[in-house]
Design a protein around this ligand. Structure first.
Ligand code: ZN
Ligand code: MN
Length: 259
């Protein structure tokens, strides 16, 4: 009989695998993101593919389980994701995303899960995830449920950022399909990056407000909100290592895994 390594992704587990994992009272990681244009050189799944990879790394480090990702997210906005202009970007209404996260957590709680960590990769999702989690907490009133939620780039320290951006860090909104995401994709999914098409456009030039209908002129032609030149596999590996170390440490601390 072939011995299988313990799978960490629920999508690859059998139900007996999952039942066995539940005996360890695991933290369940929920990757969230969206389906959205990411310039001419990156696939449209970046925002959920990176969280899935990060969740798998952290789950292996702390002995957790990774739920199937939520692959659709809140609507792309021109100033942080390029907006609705590009073929392929698919946005949920905010209430749909909140309700999805709420339902998934409720189901995990029904399985006996007590600790959930949501790792997100799409800037616009933030408050709708918070809302879904808050409603899930209300649903679980009286039960033992603890939920953590983060957007991965918030774990980058000034020291790491100084190495990834030897010039100036343009800020996470402009870092759409640029150096940060391209480097992480070169680390986790090198065969999905079209290195010959890495764009070198000027930063998006938008005023400090949103406007409807969305303004096409605010968004660079390429879809990347600033240059992706300077992305490298080494920078991706550096950020991924920091995520593995620091997100694992935060998870252990907040969920009392060391106790
Ligand atoms: Zn992205
Ligand atoms: Mn995004």
């Amino acid at each position: 009989m072939t011995q299988h390594a313990r799978p960490v992704l629920m999508t690859e587990m059998t139900w007996p695998d999952y039942a066995e994992a539940l005996k360890g009272d695991p933290v369940v990681f929920l990757p969230t993101g969206t389906l959205e244009q990411h310039g001419p050189h990156l696939p449209m799944g970046v925002d959920h593919m990176l969280p899935l990879a990060i969740c798998a790394d952290v789950a292996r480090a702390v002995g957790g389980v990774v739920a199937a990702p939520v692959c659709y997210g809140y609507k792309s906005l021109p100033r942080s994701g390029g907006g609705p202009f590009f073929p392929g970007s698919v946005g949920l209404d905010g209430g749909t995303l909140s309700a999805t996260v709420r339902d998934v957590i409720r189901e995990l709680v029904r399985h006996g899960i007590r600790r959930v960590c949501v790792i997100d990769g799409h800037f616009e999702n933030r408050w709708f995830l918070n809302e879904g989690i808050d409603l899930a907490m209300r649903d679980a009133a009286g039960r033992d449920l603890h939920v953590m939620c983060l957007q991965h780039w918030d774990f980058l320290t000034p020291d790491t950022l100084a190495q990834v951006f030897p010039g100036e860090y343009p800020g996470i909104e402009l870092e759409h399909a640029a150096v940060l995401e391209t480097s992480l994709m070169l680390h986790f999914h090198p065969d999905l990056v079209r290195e010959d098409l890495i764009p070198d456009n000027a930063p998006a030039d938008a005023p400090p407000y949103d406007f409807w209908p969305a303004r096409r002129a605010w968004v660079p032609e390429e879809g990347s909100l600033t240059t992706a030149r300077g992305a490298s596999r080494e920078k991706g590996a550096l950020m991924a290592a920091q995520y593995r170390r620091d997100i694992s440490a935060a998870v252990r601390r907040e969920f009392g895994l060391d106790a």
